[in-house]
Design a protein around this ligand. Structure first.
Ligand SMILES: NC(=O)c1ccc[n+]([C@@H]2O[C@H](COP(=O)([O-])OP(=O)(O)OC[C@H]3O[C@@H](n4cnc5c(N)ncnc54)[C@H](OP(=O)(O)O)[C@@H]3O)[C@@H](O)[C@H]2O)c1
Length: 283
């Protein structure tokens, strides 16, 4: 087995590489300078040189708000780029694991989204990722698509890292309480990606437990009270926030399929967050 990880400087790719090393798996991790997924010819050349058995595509245009102003770039990377990765993986005979997002769904449902639910994105990022999924499965029908949400981890920019920065610098913060989702610890996600590396089809993975952004802020506040500047967190409504991109109201991914496959349910987000703090302190 030889795993080729794309999007190498990103949060998820870095952790995938770390876990490959821990498991003594043969791998190569490439960032955009070595494997730009929008440059088909160079990507194919690189793939022919590496000869991977498995490709993990973590490369993506992940700026949700900026995508609204720059849809061409979002679609170039998340749709065309994903299709190039699929073509290249197919040509060199490699299995493909492609990472996608809860933002392919509208968030209008009242119950968790399962893999068979019909996607209906409400922003450019979600639409570009959905097109990427469709192209990947057309080109490489044996590929595995893993959808996830609200990923956090050491070193990466995430909703948690933004909250931590606000808690450290502002006396009072307002956090949205009427949008719900699921947090995903990058380490848990990367472990699952490697456990599912031979799989095909669509899977959802997130940590257990539904939360609002306010719930997460409250938990961080409780954990870090004596080490932060913030004194008060105020719940607020999403209507008061003007983001470039619309955010889904209830983007909860169901994980029954993956739990059955791996014979193991994801751990609760509060437990994962606790481990993240320990890791962050010991790094
Ligand atoms: N983070 C989340 O909350 C979240 C939630 C749901 C799904 N996901 C999905 O999870 C996957 C990994 O995301 P992440 O959190 O690790 O994001 P990230 O930290 O932003 O990493 C994405 C990486 O892709 C690279 N990239 C962008 N354009 C590229 C190109 N043309 N060729 C090669 N690499 C390129 C970026 O490099 P540059 O820095 O050079 O641009 C960046 O290093 C993505 O598919 C994302 O859509 C993430």
């Amino acid at each position: 087995m030889k795993i080729w990880i794309l999007g190498g400087k990103g949060m998820l790719a870095s952790v995938c590489a770390k876990i490959c090393a821990q498991r003594n798996l043969q791998f190569i991790v490439d960032d955009r300078s070595l494997a730009d997924i929008t440059d088909y010819n160079r990507l194919l050349q690189r793939a022919r040189w590496i000869q991977p058995t498995h490709v993990i595509n973590c490369a993506a245009y992940t700026h949700v708000d900026r995508a609204e102003k720059n849809p061409e770039l979002a679609f170039l990377v998340n749709a065309t780029g994903a299709s190039f990765v699929a073509k290249v993986a197919k040509l060199v005979g490699a299995h493909l694991m492609h990472i996608s997002t809860d933002y392919v769904f509208s968030g209008d449902q009242q119950t968790p989204y399962c893999e068979e639910d019909t996607p209906c994105p409400i922003n450019v990022y979600g639409a570009s990722k959905l097109e990427g999924e469709n192209l990947v499965l057309d080109i490489h029908p044996n590929a595995c698509i893993l959808r996830t949400s609200w990923v956090f981890g050491a070193g990466g920019k995430s909703f948690i890292s933004s909250l931590l920065s606000l808690l450290q610098n502002q006396e009072e913060i307002h956090v949205v309480q009427d949008q719900w989702g699921c947090l995903t610890y990058c380490y848990d996600l990367a472990s699952v990606i490697l456990n599912l590396i031979q799989e095909k089809g669509i899977y959802h993975f997130v940590n257990r437990g539904v939360c609002s952004r306010f719930d997460v802020a409250k938990k961080l506040f409780e954990e870090l009270q004596d080490r932060i500047f913030c004194k008060k967190i105020i719940p607020t409504s999403a209507i008061k926030y003007v983001n470039m991109a619309k955010r889904p109201r209830f983007n909860v991914l169901g994980t029954q399929k993956i739990s059955k496959k791996l014979n193991n349910s994801p751990r609760h987000w509060k437990k994962a967050l606790g481990e993240f703090f320990i890791d962050a302190i010991t790094v």
